[in-house]
Write a protein that binds this ligand. Structure first.
Ligand code: SF4
Length: 197
């Protein structure tokens, strides 16, 4: 290799710099720093907006799920936090809401419609079609049998008092409005909300 004056100075400088950095321990500290940095746990997650299930405050939450929604990937919720853009809670959560991840993974959580047949002592998983048809059938039977059009004084009342409804507190205003309209159009007067549970 032909070494002229310019390349000799350049090579000497590079060697000096490398040996100085090495002597100061920067090479090792850089590796240590890289090893100590944990990968951000939400990097590969999908973000979903939702509402806390617990009470009528209805705080907005962000749910982070691992899995890229591919058919062969089993999704798993790994983190839940308050939604900073939600007008109700602005990113905050109370202790119950902050522990929502435990609810998601609780082995006792009901994930499907369950039915206990008359005379049976156990619940069995059923389809949504079965559950909704069963509800509609029983409601109609009870309403047909017990709907009251007039009270004892002959005043029109059009009420159905033998079936009640418990609505979800996490509903939006629009959902709550529709729920109210449907329930009242049946003549149902026993109607409460999970907000007070
Ligand atoms: S985070 Fe707390 S205050 Fe907000 S909806 Fe859930 S239970 Fe209610």
């Amino acid at each position: 290799m032909e070494l002229n004056r310019r390349s000799f100075i350049r090579m000497s400088g590079a060697a000096l710099a490398a040996s100085s950095i090495g002597a100061l321990g920067f090479g090792a500290s850089g590796e240590a720093l890289a090893a100590s940095v944990r990968p951000f746990k939400l990097t590969r997650t999908a973000e979903t907006r939702n509402t806390c299930t617990y009470c009528s405050v209805a705080c907005g939450i962000l749910i982070y799920t691992l899995g890229d929604r591919a058919k062969n990937a089993k999704p798993s919720v790994v983190h839940i936090e308050g939604d900073p853009d939600h007008p109700v809670n602005r990113g905050t959560l109370c202790p119950k809401g902050a522990a929502l991840l435990d609810v998601v993974h609780a082995p006792t959580r009901v994930k499907y419609p369950m039915h206990r047949a008359p005379g049976s002592n156990e619940f069995k998983r059923v389809s949504w079609d079965f559950a909704l048809d069963r509800l509609a059938t029983l409601m109609k039977q009870d309403r047909d049998a017990n709907f009251v059009t007039r009270n004892a004084a002959g005043t029109t009342v059009n009420r159905w008092t033998t079936t009640g409804m418990l609505a979800a507190s996490a509903s939006s205003n629009e959902t709550a409005f529709l729920t109210w309209k449907i329930v009242r159009s049946f003549g149902m007067v026993v109607f409460d909300n999970q907000a007070r549970v």
